[in-house]
Design a protein around this ligand. Structure first.
Ligand code: AGP
Length: 604
């Protein structure tokens, strides 16, 4: 998604803007630009390359004390310099950077054209500076408010204007925007990692609030432009958390952080060997739960599938897993004693946020699991528990997925203990295995050369198949997504039992198959299924902790430590993350910033 940075202060604005945009690169973008005020005029530089080339372009330009910067993930109009932000009004007096989508931009564009405005880009954003100009009769904030009141959709805006060259205005609706304050300087950003280098003191704009940054301070206004006070919080994160610390890529760093992530997530909620959550869900509420819905997107949804398996196994409560973009438009069937669980790493995914709003409006009990504190979902939720993965910079989610699986495993055990639906000793054993899981993960991470060799060997493949049953199938879905989203190798996950109902037609001599098997009970079935694909020429990599698999069944084998089957996804996903990583490195692609993707999908 797009990224925004703004600055007003004594430093050279462009250096602050470029530093911030580099921190936002991980969110995914296809063009970038900055706008400052120099000598009473806007100085605008934009390009469709990386931030480094923008930095080169502005190296010799004059300094300024105010400016805004933007990384654009194209929604309306291609990735061109004309469509890159900032965008300027026809009279060159109002400049804007924008995150989000203006859903009624076409009507506004026609209205402005009828009043003589001309447009140079295909973007929805370009209507905003011209609307502000149209309504600017001398009171700039009134003009901004009037323009905002005309907009439908989502926006986070940084606005500067030549009539007041020392003032930056920020406005926000359904797209994250924070304000930072330093010593005689102030900032705006779509993600606090962009300004963490300069300040850890931030305030979060709510929908239809405004912030006016000038004279080294910040002035907040509500939707009617009444002054309103807002608290500043200190962000608990250090800037180096968003550095690679010697790893070749953020993704490799984050895969290796799976161990500390598990340790931090599990220890956060286990006190004296008991799982403790501080939730506004009483034991009575939990005893009355008839149905659980897990709502998420992408990798988070895959973690939700694991949650379905363990919650249903331990509590016998039916669990329905829904993709947020489908759930929000299907008029979901929700009943009084349902519980909805939202899973989101960023806490900003537009579809998941919209589902949370829908469930809150219906008055249904819910709980959120997020990785980013102070994110939109965090701030919207009265029941929220956290994955302690720390900042996840690579677009492909790895440690956050493992943390989400751990967290939902903990929650399943917590429910089962209250409901007394599983043997206490067994729950104690599962809790112990989660407490020591980080050690098991470390053993999987100790031999990266095994995964590097296999990853390189499949780098030129066009298709890959990931096969599993039950929990192993859910991990196969995640492994397949990992490979697709960073190596661009097409892959699909398939339940072993479904192969013969169609997909096996695709298996031919040399087809690469990754088979996952952690179930002793289903081992015999899985061995037969693997033989079916072997018989048709497939090359099989078996990822397993089962010893009773005949050697002739597979071509290569990767061992994972034996743990309870219910917890196995935490381990089986690690080889799949590394295989996707090394295949991508072999192809010379951008591991951390794959094409077309964004870290946080804040638009529909
Ligand atoms: C996973 O590798 C992707 N980056 C993507 O599927 C992601 O999991 C999805 O967009 C959900 O994001 P969230 O967890 O921040 O809501």
């Amino acid at each position: 998604m797009c990224g925004i940075v703004g600055y007003v202060g004594e430093k050279d604005a462009k250096s602050v803007l470029l530093s911030g945009l580099k921190k936002l690169e991980y969110r995914g973008y296809d063009s970038c630009g900055i706008g400052t005020i120099v000598g009473g005029k806007f100085l605008v530089n934009k390009n469709t390359n990386r931030i480094d080339s923008l930095e080169e372009e502005v190296k010799e330009t004059p300094t300024s004390k105010i400016g805004v910067g933007h990384t654009r993930w194209a929604t309306h109009g291609g990735a061109t310099v004309e469509n890159a932000h900032p965008h300027v009004s026809n009279n060159k007096k109002v400049l804007v950077v924008h995150n989000g989508i203006i859903e009624n931009y076409a009507r506004l564009r026609e209205m402005l054209k009828a009043k003589g405005y001309k447009f140079y880009s295909d973007t929805d954003t370009e209507v905003i500076p011209n609307l502000i100009d149209l309504y600017n009769k001398g009171d700039f904030m009134q003009a901004v408010k009037k323009a905002m009141d005309m907009l439908e959709g989502s926006f986070a805006l940084g606005i500067i204007n030549l009539d007041d060259p020392n003032t930056l205005v920020a406005a926000k609706r359904n797209s994250p925007l924070i304000v930072g304050i330093g010593d005689a300087e102030s900032f705006i950003a779509s993600d606090f990692s962009a300004i963490l280098k300069y300040t850890d003191k931030i305030s979060i704009l709510e929908n239809d609030e405004y912030a006016v940054l000038k004279n080294g301070g910040v002035y907040f206004y509500d939707s009617e432009l009444n002054p309103c006070g807002k608290d500043f919080k200190f962000i608990d994160m250090k800037d180096e958390a968003t550095e690679k610390n010697g790893y070749a890529h953020f993704m490799l760093k984050e895969i290796n952080e799976n161990t500390i992530t598990i340790k931090n997530t599990v220890s956060e909620y286990i006190k004296d060997d008991e799982i403790v959550f501080d939730l506004k869900l009483t034991e009575e509420d939990i005893k009355n739960i008839n149905q659980i819905h897990i709502v998420a997107c992408g990798t988070a949804m895959h973690a939700g599938l694991n949650g379905k398996n363990i919650i249903e196994t331990l509590t016998r409560i039916p669990v329905n897993v829904e993709v947020a973009s489908e759930f929000r438009y299907k008029n979901p069937i929700l009943k009084e004693n349902d519980l909805v669980i939202f899973i989101s790493q960023s806490g900003e995914t537009a579809d998941t946020v919209a589902c949370l709003e829908l469930v809150k409006e219906r008055g249904i009990k819910y709980m959120s699991m997020v990785n980013v504190k102070e994110s939109t979902i965090d701030r919207m939720s009265e029941n929220v528990i956290y994955t302690k993965a720390g900042p996840e910079i690579a677009v492909a989610s790895t440690k956050a997925y493992v943390a989400q699986v751990c967290l939902i495993d903990l929650f399943a055990i917590y429910l089962a203990k209250i409901l007394k639906t599983a043997d206490k000793k067994y729950l104690k054993q599962l809790t112990y295995e989660l407490k020591t899981m980080h050690a098991a993960v470390q053993t999987v991470l100790e031999h990266p050369e095994v995964y590097a060799e296999y990853g390189k060997s499949i780098a030129s493949e066009l298709d890959m198949f990931y096969l599993g049953r039950g929990l192993d199938y859910y991990v196969a879905l995640e492994g397949s997504l990992k490979l697709k989203e960073i190596s661009y190798i097409h892959s699909e996950a398939c339940q072993f039992g479904e192969l013969k109902h169609g997909p096996i037609a695709l298996i031919e001599e040399g087809t690469n198959v990754i088979a996952i098997c952690t179930s002793k009970k289903l081992l015999g079935k899985v061995v037969s299924n693997i033989k079916e694909v072997k018989a048709r020429g497939a090359k099989v990599l078996l990822i397993t902790n089962q010893t009773q698999v005949p050697h002739e069944v597979y071509d290569e084998r990767m061992e994972i430590p034996h743990i309870d089957e219910l917890l196995s996804p935490i381990l089986t996903v690690i080889p799949l993350q590394l295989i996707a990583y090394y295949a991508t490195v072999e192809k010379g692609l951008d591991v951390d910033k794959p094409r077309n993707l964004a870290k946080s999908v804040t638009v529909e």
